[in-house]
Design a protein around this ligand. Structure first.
Ligand SMILES: [Zn+2]
Ligand SMILES: [Zn+2]
Length: 259
């Protein structure tokens, strides 16, 4: 598994990138005003920088820690001699939950939000937004994943599977692609679709976040009066509802203007 980790992950990344780019070309969800060559070169440049920095600064990889945990008997699954299939499934779910909680934390803690807003500051929303993350966010994320792998004694297969799925779904749910509404409704049961995640990036979502936190956001101004759907001091559930229950056809199209 170890010698194949990088080729597998690289091939999955390139394959999904090409597929999503072709989909965006054939059936774009929305006209993007920001210049693509400039955005693509900077977003993909950030991926290269992130990858190189993680390799240099973090001496271990997830797969490396998984093998070390197996050799030394570290972690939950080795303590209880869990069957391999169960360890793979639970590890993938646990890693997914950890990264979900990490995302919540990066929005809730002001110092972490300063890093994560680089992802949200993209002037458009497309497949490359899905890999645009601050290098320190990527480093912290790597440390969180390593801690989960060590604590569980996660199998190497689960680590590679999770990294491939995380990367592919991030590129998918940032795609500027039209998904037929019926398909979107079905996909929402198992994966975050672009229209679901687009809400998280919209200026309305920023308004919602600042309203939920009961404090004005210094960085973001609502771009349209449609933000009034979420009143300034709402009950938490009302705004949370708008964030996640918005139907595909009503997904907001207002983003920051590149001007
Ligand atoms: Zn976010
Ligand atoms: Zn995003």
């Amino acid at each position: 598994m170890l010698p194949y980790e990088i080729p597998i992950r690289l091939a999955a990344f390139a394959g999904v990138l090409v597929l999503m780019a072709a989909w965006e070309l054939l059936a774009p969800r929305r006209h993007q005003a920001a210049e693509r060559p400039l955005r693509w070169s900077s977003n993909l440049g950030i991926v290269v920088l992130d990858t190189v920095l993680v390799r240099i600064l973090v001496p271990a990889t997830g797969v490396g820690i998984a093998f070390l945990a197996e050799a030394r008997g570290w972690g939950l699954f080795h303590a209880f001699a869990a069957p391999a299939w169960l360890a793979v499934i639970v590890s993938v779910i646990a890693l997914d939950l950890a990264i979900y909680l990490q995302h919540v934390l990066f929005h809730a803690v002001p110092a972490l939000w300063r890093l994560h807003r680089m992802h949200h500051a993209d002037l458009a929303f497309d497949v490359t937004t899905g890999v645009r993350f601050h290098p320190i966010e990527i480093l912290l994320s790597m440390l969180i994943k390593l801690a989960v792998v060590a604590a569980l004694g996660a199998p190497a297969l689960a680590v590679v599977l999770f990294e491939v799925v995380l990367n592919a779904t991030s590129m998918f749910n940032h795609g500027n692609v039209r998904v037929p509404e019926r398909l979107d409704r079905m996909l929402r049961w198992i994966v975050v679709t672009p229209d679901m995640h687009r809400v998280h990036h919209s200026v309305e979502a920023d308004l919602i976040r600042s309203a939920v936190a009961r404090k004005p956001s210094r960085d973001v101004q609502p771009a349209s009066t449609s933000g009034a759907r979420c009143p300034r001091a709402p009950k938490r559930s009302e705004c949370a509802g708008i964030t996640w229950v918005v139907p595909p056809a009503a997904a907001p199209m207002d983003f920051r203007s590149p001007k």
